[in-house]
Ligand binder design. Structure first.
Ligand code: HAM
Length: 423
C-alpha cells in the first residue's frame, strides 16, 4: 500500500531533536517570567477578516500565503499566519486592556503557504511576545532586552540587531506620497511586483530582493528621514535606552517588515549563519492596530521569533541541550520477577521523583535485555530475577563503568539514586 507522507513544508519534530525545542521553550518561559510577561493561548484558527484587517490586504501573507477555508456553516476561517492579531483580538474581546497595560506571550504553530526551503516552512513555530497599552520607547527597549537576554541565556552569539522607525500613521501617509512620486518617476525600472505595490503598498518596494532594483531603492527617500516630531523623539529615546543597556544596534533605513500594522519602531535580529533565511526574530510598534480591529485606541508593541531558525542556530553554534536519556533501565528475568517489575518501578518512582526510569518491555534472553538497557543510554541497569524478587532486593549494574554488579534492598533504591544521580 502507498505510504502517507507529511504535507510539504510541515515538519515532524523527532524525539532526537525535541531536546533543543525544550531547551528553547524552558529558557523562554524563565526569561519572560523574569520580565513579568504572562502566557496566553489563543486558538489556531481565526476569522479570515481578522488577518485581512490587521496584517493587511496588500501584504504577501494575505495576498497569497494564507490557509483559508470555509467551515461547514460557510464562515471563512484561516489558520493563523502570525499571532499578533489573535493576541490583540483576545485582549479587546475579553477587556484585558481595561486594567492598564498587558504583557503577554504565546508559543505555537503558524501557517504560511510559502515556497519551502531551509528555514522557511509552511507550518512553523513562533514565540510571540506582545506589550499592549504602553506608549513609550522604554517598552520597545524592554522587548529588545528580552530577546537579547534569551540569546545570552541560550549561549547564542553573533546575532545582530537592526532597528528603524516608520513614523506615526499620519506622517506615514505624507511619506507614502513622497515614495509614490519617487518610484512613479522611475516606473520603467520597476518589476511587475513593485509596479503593483506602487498603487497598493509602496513601502513594501523598499523590501524588494530584486538585485536590479537595489540601486533605485538605496536612493529612495527613507521613512526614518521623514518622521513626525513625536516619532523622531521616540526613536531617539529607544536608541538612548539601548545604548544605556549596552545593546549594540544598527539603524537600517530600509527595514520595513512584511506586515502592514507597524507604526514607529521596527526591528529585526539577524544572523549570517543560517543562509538566506537570516531573520531570527522581528517586531515593532503597532499603535493603530487595536483601534483598527474595533478596540479602544491603545499603543502596542511586540515581536515574534522563529523557533525552527533558532533551533538550527543552536545546532550550528553547537549549544548542547541537557541529556534526556534515562537514568536507569529496569530488567526483569523470570516469571515472578516479570510480574513484579511494573509495581517495583512505581515504588522506585515514588521514592525518587525526577528519576527517569525505563522499564524493559518485550521478549528475549537476559543478554538481549541487557543489550537494550545499554542502547537506551541509561547509566544504570536495575536487574530483578526471581531470587531478588523473593529477597526484596535488586541488582544494580553501572553500565558506564567496569564496577561489578551490586545488590541493594528495594527499600534503599531511593537513597541510592538520590546519592548517585539526583543531587
Ligand atoms: P514576521 O517577521 O512575519 O513577524 O515573523 C517573525 C519571525 O518568524 C521571522 O523573523 C522568522 O524567524 C519566523 N518566520 C516567519 N515566517 C517563517 C516561515 N515561513 N518559516 C519559518 N520561520 C518563519 C510576525 O509574525 C509579527 N507577528 C511579529 C510581531 C509581533 N510584531 C509585533 N508583534
Amino acid at each position: 500500500m502507498k505510504t502517507i507522507k507529511a504535507i510539504r513544508g510541515m515538519n515532524d519534530i523527532s524525539p532526537a531533536e525535541v531536546s533543543y525545542w525544550q531547551l528553547f521553550e524552558d529558557t523562554a518561559r524563565s526569561v519572560l517570567a523574569a520580565y513579568g510577561y504572562q502566557e496566553m493561548r489563543p486558538p489556531i484558527v481565526e476569522r479570515t477578516e481578522l488577518f485581512q484587517r490587521s496584517v493587511g490586504e496588500s501584504t504577501d501573507i494575505v495576498e497569497k500565503e494564507m490557509y483559508t477555508f470555509e467551515d461547514r456553516s460557510g464562515d471563512s476561517l484561516t489558520l493563523r499566519p502570525e499571532c499578533t492579531a489573535s493576541c490583540v483580538r483576545a485582549a479587546v474581546e475579553h477587556g484585558w486592556l481595561r486594567g492598564g497595560g498587558v504583557r503577554i506571550w504565546h508559543i505555537g504553530p503558524m501557517f504560511r503557504y510559502e515556497r519551502p526551503q531551509k528555514g522557511r516552512y509552511r507550518q512553523f513555530h513562533q514565540l510571540d511576545v506582545e506589550a499592549l497599552g504602553f506608549p513609550g520607547p522604554d517598552v520597545d527597549a524592554e522587548l529588545i532586552l528580552i530577546s537579547a537576554r534569551l540569546w545570552k541565556r541560550l549561549g547564542l552569539k553573533n546575532i545582530r540587531l537592526e532597528i528603524n522607525s516608520l513614523g506615526a500613521r499620519d506622517a506615514q501617509a505624507a511619506y507614502r506620497q513622497t515614495l509614490v512620486d519617487y518610484f512613479g518617476a522611475h516606473r520603467e525600472a520597476l518589476d511587475e511586483d513593485s509596479l503593483r505595490r506602487l498603487g497598493s503598498n509602496p513601502l513594501r518596494i523598499l523590501d524588494s530582493k530584486n538585485p536590479e532594483l537595489q540601486a533605485l531603492i538605496t536612493d529612495a527617500p527613507a521613512p526614518v528621514d521623514h518622521l513626525d516630531a513625536q516619532s523622531a523623539d521616540h526613536f531617539e529615546g529607544l536608541k538612548r535606552a539601548l545604548r544605556e543597556a549596552g545593546v549594540a544596534f544598527e539603524v537600517n533605513k530600509r527595514l520595513v517588515r512584511g506586515l502592514d500594522y507597524y507604526t514607529g519602531t521596527v526591528f529585526e535580529w539577524l544572523t549570517d549563519e543560517l543562509g538566506a533565511q537570516n531573520a531570527v526574530c522581528g517586531g515593532g510598534r503597532y499603535d493603530g492596530l487595536i483601534e483598527e480591529i474595533g478596540g479602544p485606541a491603545t499603543p502596542a508593541t511586540g515581536f515574534a521569533l522563529g523557533i525552527e531558525r533558532l533551533v538550527e542556530l543552536l545546532k550550528v553554534q553547537q549549544v548542547v541541550p541537557m541529556e534526556a536519556s534515562p537514568h536507569a533501565y529496569l530488567v526483569a528475568v523470570g516469571d515472578r520477577a516479570g510480574q513484579l517489575a511494573l509495581a517495583l518501578a512505581e515504588r522506585i518512582r515514588d521514592q525518587s521523583p525526577g528519576l527517569r526510569l525505563l522499564v524493559d518491555a518485550g521478549k528475549g534472553s537476559f543478554k538481549a535485555k541487557l543489550k537494550r538497557a545499554d542502547r537506551s543510554s541509561a547509566r544504570f541497569a536495575l536487574i530483578i530475577g526471581d531470587s531478588e524478587a523473593e529477597a526484596g532486593t535488586v541488582g544494580v549494574k553501572d553500565l558506564r563503568s567496569n564496577h561489578p554488579q551490586t545488590t541493594i534492598a528495594q527499600t534503599e533504591i531511593g537513597g541510592f539514586f538520590h546519592q548517585q544521580v539526583l543531587n
